[in-house]
Design a protein. Structure first.
Length: 385
């Protein structure tokens, strides 16, 4: 044994078989000699009664003094209860973000989320996240990595925020699966971009214009009676597009739509008389369970966005999305004094806060009522001149 210095390690000849020479100045610090002449610095320590070794670096790449310093740091970590060797092995076994994403989709999203969520998350991971962050180890990805990724997508704030949200879920599960230390998720401090909420509601004039265009296009044969019915039902029920598009006759009663599954789970939607009358006018096709039929086959009309683009263009409503028909239903409800708690149940919102986004729409009605009260009082009080 001798103190391991550069000169001393340089002078060591290759051994016939692997052997370790220990430093006589720092216990547990040594150099491993190989028959090939390769020399590697190591540190040996005991933890929980078990002897472990950690490689510090190859002689020639790492100097003896650098290796000695690193050995002391390892011993200090061990004294605090950490296991550097086990942590290194864990990092080596750690999946990449790409691999973690694949496991996340298979073992979590596919089992606990809606098919539409699985589809959306798969697209985000495959097309946006993985090409940039996919090669980084899940155990080593940092706040700086994710912050830089988020910053580069500031021109698409909604997508950027959704990517960070998906990464957050993935890394939380990585902690649960023992792939990262607990409470180490680096997405927690990422500041999300403000998102401009899309609020578009049809005025009474626009509603009348839409109704006229639907009737004209039906009469001209540009849309089928099923497309006509679909958009009317969206307005008359406040349903989501998929809830009407995939509606089956066995979900329909005289008073309700009994949906076994929806975005928020099982739903019981009131069916107004006008909507039921419209549905009674629709023909059924043998062995086809759907209400909104396509032009052939046994399925439903699978692309209502295509006729909608033609309808809205003709009606001069080019900025109106199909989902805005649901917003219009909610706005009419609020303006007419429907209680938010009741509207929450009708629309199938999970949280009242979602419904309360429409509360400001009652301002016009309140203003009108306040004006009527003031007019009546002014008439009683007489002239203010």
């Amino acid at each position: 044994m001798a103190k391991l210095t550069k000169r001393h390690v340089d002078s060591l000849a290759a051994s016939e078989k692997d052997c370790i020479l220990w430093d006589d100045d720092l216990a547990g610090f040594g150099v491993r000699l190989y028959p090939t002449g390769r020399k590697v610095f190591i540190v040996q320590y005991k933890l929980h009664g078990r002897t472990r070794r950690k490689t510090l670096g190859k002689h020639g790449v790492v100097t003896a003094d650098e290796a000695r310093r690193d050995a002391k740091l390892v011993q200090a970590d061990v004294a605090r209860g950490s296991d550097p060797s086990a942590e290194r092995k864990a990092r080596m076994r750690s999946p990449t973000i790409k691999e973690l994403g694949e496991r996340f989709l298979k073992e979590h999203v596919a089992l606990h989320c809606k098919p539409t969520t699985l589809y959306d998350y798969t697209n985000l991971l495959n097309n946006v996240v993985t090409p940039i962050l996919g090669g980084i180890k899940a155990s080593e990805i940092t706040f700086v990595d994710i912050q830089a990724f988020h910053l580069k997508r500031k021109v698409t704030p909604y997508q950027a925020n959704r990517c960070v949200m998906v990464l957050s879920k993935m890394l939380n599960l990585a902690e649960d699966w023992g792939l990262r230390p607990l409470n180490s998720n680096p997405t927690r401090r990422i500041k999300r971009y403000p998102e401009e909420e899309k609020k578009r509601y049809l005025s009474e004039t626009e509603q009348e214009r839409l109704g006229s265009v639907l009737a004209e296009m039906l009469e001209e044969g540009q849309i089928t009676k099923y497309v006509f019915a679909a958009f009317y039902l969206l307005l008359l029920t406040g349903c989501r597009l998929s809830e009407i598009q995939k509606l089956k006759w066995n979900y329909v009663t005289d008073t309700h739509l009994e949906l076994p599954d929806s975005k928020t789970g099982r739903r019981r939607i009131p069916l107004p008389r006008e909507a039921r009358t419209l549905m009674n006018m629709l023909d059924r096709r043998d062995e086809n369970p759907y209400v909104i039929l396509g032009n052939h086959g046994t399925g439903y009309y699978n692309d209502l966005q295509k006729p909608w683009r033609k309808i809205r263009e003709r009606a001069g409503l080019c900025d109106v999305r199909v989902h805005d028909l649901r917003h219009t239903y909610a706005s009419v409800a609020v303006i007419n004094g429907i209680d938010p708690f009741m509207l929450k149940e009708i629309l199938g919102h999970k949280n009242l806060s979602t419904t309360l986004r429409y509360a400001h729409l009652s301002d016009d009605a309140v203003q009108k009522a306040a004006g009527q009260i003031a007019n009546r009082l002014a008439a009683t009080l007489g002239s203010m001149a």
